[in-house]
Design a protein around this ligand. Structure first.
Ligand SMILES: [Fe+2]
Length: 142
């Protein structure tokens, strides 16, 4: 089941909300490709896109948080580092799978299930547990 964005996920800033929607779209694309793990080039493409965009997104959030003197800035920054370490781990799992020339269907299934699980926890950890604290602080500043 793809992740769906709804207003409960809004942090009250249109720019950040759009970036979160893009993250959801990339996660959904990655999960869809994981159902066809023989599509190894696409797997690599989507995890790379997600990783690169997450770096950019966290940088943008931290910049806004500094500007609006977000009281949880330091804690959130550490959270972002932790999330990047987790995403790094997910990326490694996918790369190991992609680079193995003779992976079996069972390995493909196990990789797919593991990544789906980790990536959803990653997403919830990011938006729900961390970014929601920003709600009401920065309105629609860009
Ligand atoms: Fe975020």
């Amino acid at each position: 089941m793809p992740i769906k964005w709804d207003s409960r996920l809004s942090v009250g800033n249109v720019h950040i909300d759009i970036e979160h929607r893009l993250i959801i779209a990339l996660i959904n694309a990655l999960e869809a490709v994981l159902r066809h793990p023989e599509e190894k080039d696409s797997l690599k493409f989507f995890i790379d896109q997600l990783y690169e965009f997450a770096v950019e997104h966290f940088r943008h959030e931290e910049k806004l948080q500094l500007r609006f003197m977000f009281p949880h800035y330091e804690e959130n920054k550490k959270g972002h580092q932790q999330l990047m370490a987790e995403l790094d781990n997910i990326k490694n799992i996918i790369y190991v799978f992609v680079e193995k020339p003779d992976s079996t269907k069972a390995e493909a299934k196990a990789t797919s299930e593991k990544v789906n699980d980790l990536i959803r926890n990653w997403f919830i950890g990011h938006i729900v547990k961390s970014d929601m604290k920003m709600k009401g602080l920065m309105d629609n500043a860009g």
